[in-house]
Design a protein around this ligand. Structure first.
Ligand SMILES: Cc1cc2nc3c(=O)[nH]c(=O)nc-3n(C[C@H](O)[C@H](O)[C@H](O)COP(=O)(O)OP(=O)(O)OC[C@H]3O[C@@H](n4cnc5c(N)ncnc54)[C@H](O)[C@@H]3O)c2cc1C
Length: 422
């Protein structure tokens, strides 16, 4: 391809597009508004904790094919710890512990054994999940499952699963999105359900190797280049106006806009985007050195939803956290630390060094109404394409969705309709 491909936004969607294009020999220039890449998936050094922390725990599964292909492409697969396909849980109220272990094939045989089910649940609580495959886009997860609120099946399994995957309550989010994830992971068996956890952090696994790959392939990345406007002429994008100057989109050039949906609504007239966002709060605590590889533990009955333990860090995720994110960080830390002590059997102790990260716009609100508002890769302007976890990937707002959207935009920019090998 003779022209330059301008990619605006160096989150995972923009990076995935850039890696695909630079790897194919295209001339790529990335423009990122912040002083660093990664967007909602990044690491930074925390002074108080004295180590690298992630803005939020990010879980990938081995069934996330596009993410695994991206890691392979940038040479970073070995930076991820691939854990066995088992999901330990703890009920913070009763201390009960159990482990969900996906079966080798698609049928969830594990659900038939009380030993691998959550306390108080029966096989039918899990098998009802098949209903998710047959409902239309207007159904929420709760409507599709038809399980009563407060019942064990919902409280111990479907609510935690839905909140983890879709970052909102079961009675709010669109059923097809949860089904899409189940189909590509548990639906393919245990081998597709191995958790992939960044050994050192998101930056060293997903961002820095991508930037090194881009450098090696001659792509330019401009930081602190904030897009202010896109100008159009004769039905095509003509000029990108940045805070630090303007860039002409020449004949044969094209643009991939890989920005969050709010920015797209501002810059691109007539593009419909999802409305509303949902927050995630993360809390990182210094703990005494923990033996073994990184591990994760699902929690019910408290404030915390997941705790990831790595070396001297216990990192907690609270999803669907719009209300919590309004509280002050000190009281969040106290509340979540209590959960960590119980989950990791630490015994009561003073609040250690910690860091609270509030991501108020972690994902778009993944409601049935918003499914219809997700935009396609192609736009009315033939030289402008869209990428981002909010675009119409058929998947939730996740790394896998963001990466697929980037690859799709790259393929469209190259004049190829469908991504290959994904
Ligand atoms: C706390 C948290 C936990 C999460 N956990 C998981 C998880 O466990 N598993 C999972 O798969 N996903 C998870 N996600 C979701 C995942 O992080 C996102 O889906 C993904 O990172 C989105 O990538 P993106 O490129 O679409 O958007 P973004 O990361 O938002 O990238 C957009 C980029 O555009 C830049 N930008 C914005 N405005 C401008 C402008 N005007 N000009 C130029 N650049 C601009 C931004 O700085 C950013 O770099 C989590 C998200 C959060 C916040």
């Amino acid at each position: 391809m003779a022209g330059t491909i301008h990619i605006v936004g160096a989150g995972l969607a923009g990076l995935a597009a850039a890696v695909e294009l630079a790897g194919a020999g295209a001339r790529v220039v990335m423009h990122e508004g912040a002083g660093h890449a990664g967007g909602r998936c990044r690491s930074f050094h925390d002074e108080g904790l004295g180590c690298l922390v992630d803005n939020g725990n990010h879980l990938l599964l081995s069934g996330n094919r596009a993410a695994v292909a991206y890691l392979d492409r940038i040479g970073a697969r070995a930076t991820m710890h691939e854990a066995p396909p088992a999901f330990p849980f703890c009920d913070l109220r009763t201390g009960a512990r159990w482990e969900i272990r996906p079966s080798p094939g698609p049928f969830p045989w594990w659900a038939l054994s009380p030993a691998t089910r959550a306390p108080g649940t029966g096989a039918m609580d899990y098998l009802r999940g098949l209903a998710l495959a047959f409902v239309g886009p207007k159904f929420t997860v709760a409507e599709a499952l038809g399980l009563p609120k407060g019942g064990a099946g919902r409280e111990m399994f479907w609510d935690p699963l839905t909140i983890a995957v879709l970052n909102a309550e079961t009675d709010e989010v669109a059923a097809p999105l949860l089904w899409a994830v189940l189909r590509e992971t548990v639906g393919r068996g245990a081998h597709a359900c191995r958790p992939l956890i960044a050994r050192r952090g998101l930056g060293p696994s997903l961002i820095e190797p991508a930037l090194a790959f881009l450098g090696m392939h001659g792509a330019a990345v401009r930081f602190n280049a904030r897009l202010r406007a896109v100008e159009f002429e004769r039905g095509a994008a003509k000029t990108l106006r940045f805070a630090d100057g303007e860039v002409a989109v020449g004949e044969g050039d094209c643009v991939i806009v890989a920005l969050p949906q709010g920015m797209v609504a501002e810059f691109l007239p007539g593009i419909t985007v999802p409305e509303g966002t949902r927050a995630i709060v993360n809390a990182h605590f210094r703990v005494s050195p923990q033996a073994g590889p990184p591990r994760l533990l699902g929690l019910v009955g408290g404030t915390a939803h997941w705790v990831f333990v790595r070396e001297t860090l216990a990192s907690v995720t609270v999803s669907a956290a719009d209300r919590l994110a309004e509280e002050d960080s000190g009281s969040i830390a106290l509340r979540v630390w209590e959960d960590v002590c119980r989950a990791l059997d630490l015994g009561p102790g003073p609040l250690p060094a910690h860091r609270i990260v509030k991501e108020k716009r972690a994902t778009f609100a993944q409601t049935p109404a918003n499914l219809a508002r997700r935009a396609k890769t192609r736009t009315p302007w033939p030289n402008l394409f869209l990428a981002g976890d909010w675009t119409d990937t058929g998947l939730p707002a996740t790394l896998e969705g963001a990466i697929r959207s980037g690859v799709s935009a790259a393929m469209a920019a190259l004049g190829l309709e469908k991504p290959t090998g994904i």
